[in-house]
Write a protein that binds this ligand. Structure first.
Ligand SMILES: Cc1cc2nc3c(=O)[nH]c(=O)nc-3n(C[C@H](O)[C@H](O)[C@H](O)COP(=O)(O)OP(=O)(O)OC[C@H]3O[C@@H](n4cnc5c(N)ncnc54)[C@H](O)[C@@H]3O)c2cc1C
Length: 372
């Protein structure tokens, strides 16, 4: 019997995989292969389960890390945060903007958007197969043969890899997408953690649960390579919150740009990188004024990084498939018919809706290219 060949198979039913499936041409046969028993788990978790769907102030490259950030301009020009808001509104989902430009659902319930996705998948005649963990993919002539755990197979003319990053692995993500790209000779930037806390050499337990607005300078020996003012939180064992989450990404990017591998990352950081926290006089908490490491003249604390929190806590992954390996519609230049989108790519945003918007914009760009 002749084997059925799908026009397109999408590996990964997360933000980018789903959004591409619902925007691809209806007349193409398509299947989403998702490892876990449901789609959009990270979308559900975003914004403390209120779905932080995008950000109002996405405007330039400083909010993202990665080697080829210049593509952001055309990506957001093609499908911006305003396009996402309008698309949701057209589908009956209202949003509003909160602090730092975060766009959230009015309902305060992420399930609302996942239910919409389920409906749109059906409407666009995409087949969804859950509990389907892709083990390997081979290419024979112009057909991809997708093998899964039980060694059954699915064939497709084109394949979209939307398997996400390695972070937050407890919900099903791992190294698969990166290893698969390497197998096809596609270069990647070695993945690094993003949006997690930092453990420090100093004991901050006396400042535990103090949060404040701080200007942070990160420097390598004497040279500052990143500055930002945002909120942070001291806890017993580590420091956290959006400013610190962003610092972890920025240090990861800096380290990879220097050609330092994951293995040597922490030793290099311990030896060379320091973080200066500069407080503003008008909002400085009293306990900080009495903290032994607080420099009263400069109004600052210099802290030494001990480590980053685990991959399980990291909300995103930096690094991934290099963008110069792909054409404008995310097709591999080396393997025709093979596409990569989402967090598996070497472009990652800071906390606050920047990553989901990136996933929507990439998925939409790719899907629309099938109409050309
Ligand atoms: C706790 C948490 C909170 C977050 N909050 C926000 C937020 O508020 N705002 C924001 O913008 N971003 C947030 N993010 C980040 C955002 O969710 C991700 O950047 C985004 O979901 C990435 O989309 P993706 O499609 O690339 O990957 P994912 O959404 O991770 O989807 C990848 C999918 O592929 C599947 N998969 C993996 N390997 C295989 C395989 N071999 N076979 C089949 N399927 C496979 C996975 O099970 C998963 O469902 C958050 C992340 C986490 C973990």
């Amino acid at each position: 019997m002749q084997e059925h060949i799908f026009d397109i198979a999408i590996v990964g039913g997360g933000a980018s995989g789903i959004f591409s499936a619902i925007h691809l041409p209806k007349n193409l046969s398509k299947i989403i292969l998702e490892k876990t028993n449901k789609i959009g788990t990270k979308v559900l978790l975003s914004g403390w389960e209120r779905c932080n769907v995008s950000n109002m102030y996405i405007e330039d490259e400083k909010d993202y890390v990665g080697e080829n950030k210049k593509i952001l301009l055309s990506l957001f020009h093609h499908f911006s945060q305003y396009d996402m808001i309008h698309w949701l509104e057209k589908e009956g989902i209202k949003t509003h903007t909160e602090d730092n430009g975060r766009i959230l659902l009015d309902s305060g319930k992420s399930e609302e958007i996942v239910k919409l996705f389920e409906k749109k998948i059906q409407e666009n005649d995409a087949i969804l197969k859950t509990n389907f963990s892709v083990n390997d993919i081979e290419k024979k002539d112009d057909t991809f043969i997708i093998l899964w755990e039980n060694w059954e197979k699915i064939c497709a003319r084109e394949v979209i890899i939307a398997t996400g990053g390695k972070s937050f692995a407890q919900i099903g993500t791992d190294w698969w997408g990166y290893n698969f790209a390497k197998k096809f000779g596609i270069e990647i930037v070695e993945p690094y953690k993003g949006l997690c806390g930092i453990t420090t050499k100093e004991d901050f337990s006396s400042l535990s649960w103090i949060s404040c607005l701080v200007e942070c300078n990160i420097y390598d020996k004497e040279k500052t390579f990143f500055k930002e003012k945002w909120n942070m939180l001291f806890t017993h064992f580590w420091i956290s919150w959006p400013l610190i989450f962003h610092i972890v990404l920025k240090i990861g990017e800096y380290i990879r740009n220097k050609g330092i591998t994951y293995e040597n990352e922490i030793p290099y950081i311990k030896e060379n990188i320091d973080v200066k926290l500069i407080f503003s006089w008008d909002n400085i908490p009293k306990k900080i004024l009495n903290f032994p490491l607080f420099d009263k003249e400069k109004n600052e604390i210099i802290l030494k990084i001990n480590d980053f929190r685990s991959w399980k806590e990291a909300k995103v992954t930096g690094g991934g498939v290099k963008l110069n390996e792909l054409s404008k519609n995310f097709e591999s230049k080396k393997v025709s018919g093979l596409y990569f989108i989402g967090e598996v790519l070497d472009i990652t945003g800071k906390s606050g809706g920047f990553n989901l918007q990136l996933a929507w914009s990439e998925a939409h760009t790719l899907a629309k290219s099938f109409f050309e």
